[in-house]
Design a binder for this molecule. Structure first.
Ligand code: ZN
Ligand code: ZN
Length: 188
């Protein structure tokens, strides 16, 4: 069975080199849905607590919220960084507190200090789904990701990656030692 979670992300981007209005900088509220598949965890009668899926995903994905997302070869990138540097906000600001952990993958690099994500490919809904799966595939048994942004909507299915040991009291994944990081339950 599946557990699903949905959340909104507000971001600015553009399609560099695209022959349409999307080549101009603009913003969206995008809605992301993540579906996680596993057996029913007998103790709690759920696959996975949705608030825990959201927490795990949001730790990483908040980097995209209220962020500017530019492709690595976009000439706006050095221009924006130049302005941020001159303004003294390139490496953070005391009021920039709602930050995620910085990350760098093959597909994207997050610079939370200046709310910027640099992507290898254009940040379409399809591009974002690839980035999200890549960031979260080892943390969650993701079988489907859906992302909608303006008139654009995309989804992708992924092969289930087997079952995870979960706490029968909290429902969350046990660590490598078989211990629940939330309540301390230990697998016998
Ligand atoms: Zn757009
Ligand atoms: Zn527990």
């Amino acid at each position: 069975m599946r557990s699903m979670t949905t959340f909104d992300l507000q971001y600015a981007h553009r399609f560099y080199g695209f022959k349409g209005e999307a080549q101009y900088l603009h913003g969206h509220t995008g809605t992301l849905t993540i579906e996680v598949e596993d057996t029913i965890n007998e103790g709690v009668n759920m696959v996975f607590p949705c608030n825990e899926i959201k927490k795990t995903a949001w730790d990483v994905l908040r980097n995209f919220d209220h962020a500017l997302i530019l492709r690595e070869d976009d000439p706006l990138l050095p221009a924006v960084l130049d302005v941020y540097t001159k303004q003294g906000i390139r490496h953070g600001h005391p009021q920039n507190t709602m930050k995620g952990e910085a990350f760098k993958t093959e597909l994207a690099t997050a610079y939370p200090d200046c709310r910027l994500v640099v992507t290898k490919e254009t940040m379409t809904v399809e591009g974002f789904i690839k980035i999200v799966y890549d960031l979260l595939k080892d943390k969650l048994n993701i079988v489907k990701i859906t992302f909608s942004s303006g008139d654009n909507k995309g989804s992708a299915d992924f092969a289930p990656r087997g079952t995870m040991d979960r706490c029968p009291l909290c429902g969350i994944a046990l660590n490598e030692q078989g211990i629940c990081p939330k309540c301390g339950y230990k697998k016998k």
